[in-house]
Design a protein around this ligand. Structure first.
Ligand SMILES: *Cc1c(COP(=O)(O)O)cnc(C)c1O
Length: 221
């Protein structure tokens, strides 16, 4: 099933759109199957889980961190990840910078936008994105490359559209500012239930789990 699912999604995605296979709660063997079927980017929410899968899959794919990164996990995270999609505080940015500096690495990052303005969700409010980026651009071992947003995970996917539109507008606004050392290239939006809408609204990274691997046993987000 996994290889067929991957091939189908890759065929239907427009040129230039990256598929990140959201792999939380999956077995390393399942992730390897997806990679062998053509997945080039794996999204992980938990550093420890990623380390287990990395032992099997290694550099056959690139690793995107898509969960909430705690600062005390940053050291281990920067060792394996190729991109951190969820930078949401100056404190975290500083820690990633420090840990990357120690291993001589420059980490591509996306800024997580709390487009739903939900107080319980992580991320920077759209109107604060510019000042946030102007603040973290000082960190030389970070490379700001775009924005990421979650949107509602369940229910009518049309409900996510306004969130995607607002994130896209924020993306374009920051891009137009041409801030030195900021390269607004990636807009990561959309999951299994909402990626078609996200694509219509300008996403060029989609993070898909269920449609590749099947339903998760538990609804962990
Ligand atoms: C789980 C998850 C996804 C994928 O969710 P599905 O509904 O299984 O496609 C995408 N992004 C993030 C941040 C996730 O945690």
């Amino acid at each position: 099933m996994i290889p067929e699912n991957v091939k189908k999604i890759l065929e239907e995605l427009p040129e230039g759109v990256q598929l990140v296979a959201a792999a939380k709660a999956r077995m390393p063997e399942e992730i390897l199957q997806a990679v062998e079927a053509g997945v080039k980017y794996i999204g992980e929410n938990y550093v420890q889980e990623a380390r287990e899968a990395f032992k099997l899959v290694g550099h056959q794919a690139k690793w995107h961190f898509i969960g909430h990164l705690q600062t005390n996990k940053a050291k281990k995270a920067v060792e394996i990840f190729d991109m951190i999609e969820t930078v949401d505080s100056v404190r975290l940015a500083r820690e990633i910078d420090k840990r990357c500096s120690a291993i001589d690495k420059v980490m591509p990052v996306l800024v997580e936008i709390n487009s739903g303005r939900e107080p319980q969700k992580f991320g920077i409010l759209p109107e604060e994105a510019e000042s946030f980026i102007r603040e973290i651009v000082q960190f030389e071992n970070l490379k700001i490359m775009g924005l990421m947003t979650m949107g509602p995970a369940f229910g009518d996917p049309e409900k996510a559209r306004p969130n995607f539109i607002e994130t896209r507008k924020t993306f374009e606004k920051i891009k137009a500012l041409d801030i030195p050392n900021v390269e607004m290239k990636y807009l990561s939006m959309g999951m299994t239930n909402s990626y078609q809408i996200a694509l219509q609204e300008g996403a060029n990274i989609v993070r898909i789990g269920t449609k590749i691997f099947g339903p998760r046993e538990s609804k962990i987000l």
